[in-house]
Write a protein that binds this ligand. Sequence first.
Ligand code: COA
Length: 163
Amino acid sequence: MAAVTMKKCFEVMIMTIRNMSLNDYDEVYALWAAAPGVGVNDFDDSVKGIAKYLARNPRTCFVAEKDGKIVGAVLGGHDGRRGTICHLAVAESHNKQGIGTALVDAALAALQNEGIRKVWLVVMADNAQGNTFWEKQGFEKRDDIYYRNKVIIEEQYAKNSCC
Ligand SMILES: CC(C)(COP(=O)(O)OP(=O)(O)OC[C@H]1O[C@@H](n2cnc3c(N)ncnc32)[C@H](O)[C@@H]1OP(=O)(O)O)[C@@H](O)C(=O)NCCC(=O)NCCS
């Protein structure tokens, strides 16, 4: 657990960045569901789906907590070769205070600690705020790659996400 101090105008607030656990699910899901640019569905993002993700990636998913309330979250994970980041969201009331950056820094450090050299992510092309954010984090936009995917479990409710 790391305490991160951030300055906002004249106010100094203490933000805790810690690993996400399944106990955080309800709060984190509400955050994701309210965040423009984060697509949630009832399959991958169900309690069962997130439990599976956290079990595979127990050290690389994080929440930001302030006054006992979760105000940001990110899922980091890897397949043993490449790292990936998804579902980064910060509560609108807490935007532009460095919380998104602190969550990404935590996920990248944890992935690096697991021997991961390169991390990728997808962001919707029309998510201007998200793209500005990732550019600032040093994530290069690749124009030489087509992103392709294929649904292999035909669940109607699982088709509502970008990746
Ligand atoms: C994108 C998001 C995670 C950024 O979180 P945050 O805590 O506000 O980000 P930070 O305060 O660390 O900002 C870092 C940089 O991102 C950019 N940025 C953040 N919010 C921005 C906004 N509203 N408009 C333009 N740029 C913005 C800025 O370059 C900022 O640096 P600066 O403060 O020095 O100008 C947050 O706005 C969010 O949850 N958006 C909705 C969900 C989403 O789009 N997630 C990404 C999906 S891939």
